[in-house]
Write a new protein. Sequence first.
Length: 497
Amino acid sequence: MPNDKVAGLPEHLAPLLQPTPSGVAKLIAAWDGLDTESQILILTALDKDRLPAYLNEKIRIKALGSANAYVRYLGARGLYFSRDDGEEKKVVRQRIEEDPDPLVRYSILESRWGLLDRDPKHADAFFALPHEARLARVRSLEGNGEAVANLIAHAVDHQLMEGKLSEMDLFEILSDYVNRDEFRAWYDPNTLSRFDGGHEYNRGRDVEALWRLVLKLPEGVSYVLIERLPYEVGLNTGIPEEVIAGMTDAQLAALLYRKDIGLKNLRRQLFFNSDEKRIRARDAAICYNFNLDHSEFHQILTKPAKEKTEILGDLSFAHHLSLCIYEAIGDVLMSEEGMYDSSIAESVNDHFKEKLGSLKAPNSGHSGWYDSELESLKLYRLAKTAVPWKKEEKGYAPSEDLEFLSKGVVEGDTWSTFMAFSKIWAEQRWRTKTLKKHLPRIAGGDEGETEGMQTALEISLGEFSMAVTRVQSNLDRQKLFLYVVISLLVWLLIKLF
């Protein structure tokens, strides 16, 4: 522990934690005059910065005299006892075990290095403990996933079945175990031991055992695991297939609503082939890690109006579609009578901005995707200028340097035109590298453009330019007509007079 300042403590408290006998004596002398917040800060600092054991013990024993149960708990949980303790230490232990608050009373059972026996026959002894003691036993554990799974599985088959344990008891035990920073750190998928294959094997086996426990638990209890367990850890390769297959519709939905769960093939399968038994899971599958290719989206656009509207409404909840699909959804809703829904349009627009922002984010690692997404969006905007979604509007095929794309125009079909443009553009990559500058600009997307994103429901800059041109043309014709009329009037006046 540094002598000048203890990390995390205000400067006026740091001198009270000097790692010397006199420093501890000063702290003990000042202890009763400190407010509760300061006492908590000091005891928390003791967990991070080590004093010599006997000095640490003096401070913690002093904390046992606090009127605040949490302060007493922090003091007690850092004391360690053994069979060889002297009488003074035994008195301290008895004092803790007789504390009126169960948080303090069972704190001795907490241990981050403790082990739970993997043998289910020892589960009876665990569940014979008072509930607060059971919570204390699991809430500081690091690892032990397989042992906890065996413990809970035994309880489901026996204590729960016999009415000796409630579902809420099981939920609280699992919640105290998995909803902790220590649990997340121990089973963090992004950490990998380079030198200890056995450790990685154990981590993977622990998480797999906990995933298998999901199907054994009462459904209401299972969600604490479904929403918290990591997908892939150590040497395991993900959630066992039989666990996913055995989940109810609601359980599978809870899993797929997680942003960190990929399962892209399952998500696509649910979207395209889901039956009435998987309605909630289908809705969840669309939300994250789900996208459509251009031909799949085209199939949706060919469906009857009512079915198409429902599917586009579902897709408005998807966070990871392509930029051009988001914009197309908004355009279709605007172009077909009776399809527009402001809430769907707003959702699509929000996701469009979110996707564009995530691709543009510094150090996002998505630069290649960003260029591809932006290029597709520009080609789509070019396509809808050539073939507007509204049939009554006149289109303007690509011209000049982009005229070679005009052979891809599909009359009356905007999206097919876009797919044809994309194909031609890709096939002539040798040529198109120098032609990107002629594609429509994307506000908030292109370098040099001002900030402020163009929404999926706003007309593209290309369309706006076309509209201005048409208006200007109309004005020019009106001026010409006015000049002709004036000239005729002048001629008539000359003839008459």
